[in-house]
Design a protein around this ligand. Structure first.
Ligand code: ZN
Length: 506
């Protein structure tokens, strides 16, 4: 699968050298050569989409405001649907589609470096028929009985709007969704307006803080919407599928706690980074929950049997700091998202009397024998294309942070977590930058520590240098203590892993 993607990249590169001034077909991600593009930086997307659930037909017009980073005779956007018209700075441009993912645009006149420009793309298609070609073959567009959900990671944008589809290029968004009258149309940020037509309604959303492309979502269908304002003045809005069954009631009860969970996260990691909050539980078994900026979207399977599942809410809201506000530089930095959000659930457990993070660390560490290669054989700091959402990235990823806390002390560790979130708010970070910050704040050489936890595909030794208690190599805990923490471990795993039979992505 990787070979197909590489072939596209080579075609694009050779084309670029022939032209001498074409933007690249990829932004330079080592896992996904076609993701994102070169030659410009997006400032703002204005997405205007009409969607008809009965036919799954989507008609769009998206305006991209960007700034060139080089002289450009030609550039790409990522779009899987079919474009019908493209203008650049208001003038018709020519365009081709060299493969399923790329829209290659040639403006009427070349663009100078460092210059703002505007691209408008008109397009249409049936998103559920788009099949990706490349390292991931997952189709993130999900139809429901009365609508659809566009939620996915690392891919979803190309199914509904053209973009520079990589976390490195963040932008603000205006998202207008036109749907048959009576349906709800949900997205990120603040709801800034609704326009009522004769047969359709248009819902307008605004994202005021920079957001990465995969975190933009749309969810259409029959929803019960509740909204309010937190004591701090931040608007919250939750949407629960009207036909969601017993799962819907449990989801509604847990999502109603969003302001409380956000407050708790803020007490740990620093101020909430966004202008709105909430959650969406569609009538869909997507098999995952995703940390969509300001408003995560949850598969209803997380509330199977009508059981509460606050840990999935804690996990997705932790990503608002780690993943959304501070985004990965490359997809191989995924530990900065999933290890951090999972650790946050351990810290929540600790704060709520359900087992300390160190107890969970001990039991996770003792729970997987060194011979379990499926677990310890994953290189957390470089899990490979399409390997980002394996359980070890979550579990060993969280172990790494608790072990680091043991190694450098709670005060320095919490300062590190807050400093990372604050210094890179609205931007990006890489694992090597996090390690440098950890060494700077602790005054310790942590090379061997991070090598053992993130870059060695085997079980770290139970040593003080690795942030572990040497007795853990042999001494198991009492059954009574074990059973309480085991229950929490199971709840955290259930909140981090998909319902049975579905692929894991969150
Ligand atoms: Zn996650």
């Amino acid at each position: 699968m990787a070979a197909a993607a590489t072939a596209y990249a080579l075609v694009a590169v050779s084309g670029a050298s022939a032209a001498g001034s074409a933007g690249g077909a990829g932004i330079g991600d080592p896992y996904y050569p076609l993701y994102g593009n070169g030659g410009y930086d997006v400032n703002h997307y204005a997405i205007d989409v009409a969607y008809t659930p009965a036919t799954d037909r989507l008609v769009g017009r998206t305006t991209v405001r960007a700034t060139t980073t080089q002289y450009l005779t030609r550039f790409n956007l990522d779009l899987a649907l079919t474009a019908s018209a493209v203008t650049v700075n208001g003038r018709p441009a020519t365009f081709t589609k060299p493969n399923w993912h790329e829209l290659q645009i040639t403006p009427a006149s070349a663009l100078n470096p460092g210059t703002p420009f505007t691209v408008e793309v008109r397009y249409a298609g049936v998103p559920s028929t788009v099949t990706p070609v490349g390292p991931t073959t997952f189709t993130p567009w999900t139809r429901t009985a009365d609508g659809a959900v566009a939620v996915g990671e690392p891919e979803i944008a190309a199914w509904w709007y053209p973009s520079n589809d990589h976390p490195r290029d963040k932008a603000t968004f205006d998202i207008a969704l036109t749907v048959p009258k009576g349906l709800e149309a949900l997205s990120n940020g603040r709801l800034v307006g609704k326009t009522f037509g004769t047969s359709t309604d248009t819902w307008r959303w605004r994202v005021a803080n920079p957001m990465t492309t995969y975190l933009a979502f749309m969810a259409v269908g029959q929803f019960t919407v509740t909204r309010g304002t937190t004591p701090a003045g931040i608007p919250w809005l939750n949407a629960i599928a009207a036909n969601g069954g017993a799962e819907a009631a449990a989801a509604a009860a847990d999502l109603a706690r969003t302001p409380e969970v956000v407050d708790w996260h803020a007490s740990q990691w620093g101020p909430y980074p966004f202008e709105a909050m909430g959650g969406v539980a569609p009538a869909a078994e997507t098999g995952f929950a995703l940390e969509n900026q300001t408003r995560p979207v949850y598969s209803r399977g997380f509330w199977a049997g009508g059981q509460s599942n606050i840990y999935v809410v804690v996990h997705e809201l932790a990503h608002q700091w780690y993943g959304d506000s501070v985004s990965v530089h490359s997809w191989r930095d995924i530990w900065l998202n999933e290890g951090f959000a999972t650790f946050a659930t351990w810290k929540w457990s600790e704060a709520h009397g359900e087992g300390t993070a160190n107890q969970i660390l001990r039991q996770e560490y003792q729970g997987y024998a060194a011979s379990e290669d499926w677990f310890w054989g994953v290189t957390i700091g470089d899990p490979g294309a399409a390997g980002e959402f394996q359980w070890p990235v979550y579990s060993r990823g969280a172990m790494t942070l608790q072990a680091l806390r043991n190694r450098i002390g709670t005060a320095t560790f919490m300062n590190l977590m807050r400093s990372w979130a604050k210094a890179r708010a609205g931007g990006n970070g890489s694992i090597s930058q996090f390690i440098a910050l950890a060494e700077g704040l602790s005054g310790q050489d942590l090379t061997a520590f991070f090598d053992a936890w993130l870059y060695t595909p085997s079980k770290p030794a139970a040593t003080v240098a690795n942030g572990l208690d040497p007795r853990w190599a042999t001494m198991l805990v009492s059954p009574a203590e074990r059973s309480q923490v085991e229950a929490t471990r199971e709840r955290i795993k259930a909140a981090t892993q998909p319902p049975p039979g579905r692929s894991s992505r969150k």
